[in-house]
Design a binder for this molecule. Sequence first.
Ligand code: FAD
Length: 317
Amino acid sequence: MKLLMIAEHDNHVLKSSNQSVLTAATQLSSTIDCLVIGYHCLPIIEKIKKFNSIREVIVCSSENYEHQLAENTSELIASVAKNYDYVLSPATTFGKNLLPRVAALLDVAMISDVIQIISPDTFVRPIYAGNALATVMSDDKIKVLTIRTSAFAPMSMKDQHSAKIQELTHSIPNLTCRWISQELTESKRPELTSAKIIVSGGRGLKSAANFKLLETLADTLGAAMGASRAAVDAGFAPNDYQVGQTGKIVAPDLYIAIGISGAIQHIAGMKESKVIVAINSDPDAPIFQLADYGLVGDLFKILPELQTELKKATASI
Ligand code: FAD
């Protein structure tokens, strides 16, 4: 059984999501190759070849792939994937953008958001916003899977390992669309999907200016910032902060939900968090049914008090 994983990166940084995909990959195959598609992405190749479960790194570097647009990148993946039994990528925006197209080009089913591998052809994935788990069996010749990264522990790399490198010169131009620009949220805080602590805000914060109150708390705790969809839709927080069914799926050690009611679509994205703290003025808010610790009260009173106590606690360490 041969497995092809598609590396998620931005030509400079290899995303931590790949390490969880590798853990899932080793449960399916002992012949794992990694396809790196990009442009001037040497730092990625140098890093990925050190993961000892990777046999070969297949590199396709071309100006045509600089921004990894799904239209031509999926064609390339489908052509390489024909020699494999599995194609895996993380169930992040990167994988969700690419792999359904790859599955369609290969004329096989797309198996999304896998959280457990039962056997070589049977997988578990959440459905109905995580309210039910489906066990799916596939007899497709090539199985195309996206992996929920929070469900698989990240694999560490071994410095002494060095996988073989194979270069592909095959470059497919993008004839249907072109990259114009992108706006990225620059942040020194940890990345949302791999953060150990997340401070997340909802509509209860009432404005974008108030949402900034969470930044001090996040920085004191070394946390990433998250948000409910209502907060994002209201313009309080950027789109890539969104946690939930249509946002990011997270499973940190500590998730602090502030002014978030706990709608099922939000819960779907954070319920695997190890400890959940909720701050809400409504004692009947659904988030309290899930929370390990609940503070009932006005967040605008509680937040400054919490901040003062945390400062005292961190100063005494
Ligand atoms: P609200 O539900 O309005 O809750 C605000 C909370 O703040 C209330 O509980 C209130 O008591 C509390 N509050 C108000 N003032 C204060 C105060 N001063 N102090 C303390 N507490 C206060 N939502 C997501 O989050 N992520 C998703 O990915 C997502 N995907 C969706 C997909 C679909 C198909 C649909 C239909 C919906 C989706 N939603 C998603 C939206 C979801 O249904 C809810 O509308 C949303 O999560 C509500 O956000 P909220 O909790 O911030 O707002």
